[in-house]
Design a protein around this ligand. Structure first.
Ligand SMILES: NC(=O)c1ccc[n+]([C@@H]2O[C@H](COP(=O)([O-])OP(=O)(O)OC[C@H]3O[C@@H](n4cnc5c(N)ncnc54)[C@H](O)[C@@H]3O)[C@@H](O)[C@H]2O)c1
Length: 305
């Protein structure tokens, strides 16, 4: 008996890295899985059949899986991902939007094609897969579904040299908030993961900073640490958890705060003068800084033995 017996999942970018670990763990909990991956290089160029390899690995281990090698950055690719789940397994319950690429450059060097390529896979990619799935949920009155989206601290906190990626990843958090409202009526939860893991996406960045990644570190910081959090969100236990951002990395699971007004001033009449703003805006900034300090303290992990 697995937690996901009878459930059908599709995981994008699951030919390697975090996505492959998610696909394998979902399958080991009993889900039938569509393993999507274009087989691209980190910059989005190229293609290959690695999705089929992971699907075979799952089947060899006794699970049920099928490969899907189309790009999820087009509406046709997203539609065909859903259709593959329907044709092979009879439906879809769980969509994990994990596929990703990088084109890191500062804004001075960020060409239009670098901007477009990253937005297309991450932000538009979430739309391309989620829209057909949302319509399918509504048209079939399919309840208790899951959408699990992939953001990043790069977008949620900011990271130098990643304006394209950061914008897409922050956009994904906003997309999640809206979808969780629009699909609540169907009992579909929509959550965001902020992962950190040593994969082919991040190991070269570490090594470029002169930090060699040792084999032992892969055990502590590999993509296998993200998969259990995603799998839990896909399970029945998580039926009431929606519109959350969970941070998952190296054995750590945390919840992030969402944007909220921390302090405000209301004028009883008229518009703000510049002199009034000279006085009140610094008070707002101070309230924000005090909150940042409080949140930093609250966010320190409680160690579980
Ligand atoms: N690894 C980290 O520390 C980290 C941190 C923050 C966010 N993330 C996010 O987590 C997700 C997984 O990252 P990862 O580290 O496993 O990366 P990865 O490079 O190991 O895997 C990403 C996979 O996505 C596939 N892909 C790329 N474009 C695609 C497309 N158009 N259609 C289908 N598949 C496509 C690639 O072929 C690749 O196999 C990404 O969204 C990434 O931005 C990762």
């Amino acid at each position: 008996m697995g937690r996901l017996d009878g459930r059908i999942a599709a995981v994008t970018g699951a030919g390697r890295g975090i996505g492959a670990e998610i696909a394998k763990l979902l399958a080991s909990e009993g889900a039938k899985v569509v393993v999507n991956d274009l087989g691209a290089n980190t910059d989005g160029s190229g293609s290959g059949k690695i999705a089929d390899d992971v699907a075979k690995e799952i089947r060899d281990a006794g699970g049920e899986a099928v490969g899907h090698t189309e790009s999820i950055s087009t509406v046709a690719g997203g539609q065909s991902l859903l259709q593959t789940a329907i044709d092979n397994f009879g439906g879809l319950d769980i969509l994990v939007n994990n596929a990703g690429i990088l084109r890191d450059k500062t804004i001075f060097n960020m060409e239009e094609e670098d901007w477009d390529a990253v937005i297309a896979v991450h932000l538009k990619g979430h739309y391309c897969t989620s829209r057909p799935f949302a319509k399918y949920i509504r048209e079939n009155n399919r309840t208790n579904c899951r959408i699990i989206n992939f953001s990043s601290t790069s977008g949620l906190f900011g990271n130098f040299g990643q304006s394209n990626y950061g914008a897409a990843k922050a956009g994904i958090a906003g997309f999640t908030r809206v979808l969780s409202m629009e699909l609540a009526k169907y009992g579909c939860t929509v959550n965001t993961i902020s992962p950190a893991a040593l994969t082919r996406m991040t190991i070269p960045l570490r090594e470029a900073r002169g930090q060699k990644v040792e084999e032992s570190e892969l055990e502590q910081g590999g993509p296998q640490h993200v998969a259990p959090i995603v799998t839990w969100l896909a399970s029945d236990e998580a039926a009431k958890v929606s519109n959350q951002i969970l941070h998952a990395a190296r054995g750590l699971v945390g919840i992030m705060q969402q944007p909220a007004i921390l302090k405000a001033f209301q004028k009883s009449k008229g518009v703000w003068s510049q002199e009034e703003l000279d006085k009140y805006v610094p008070e707002l900034v101070q309230a924000k800084e005090e909150n940042d300090a409080r949140v930093k303290e609250l966010g320190k992990p409680v160690v579980i033995d």
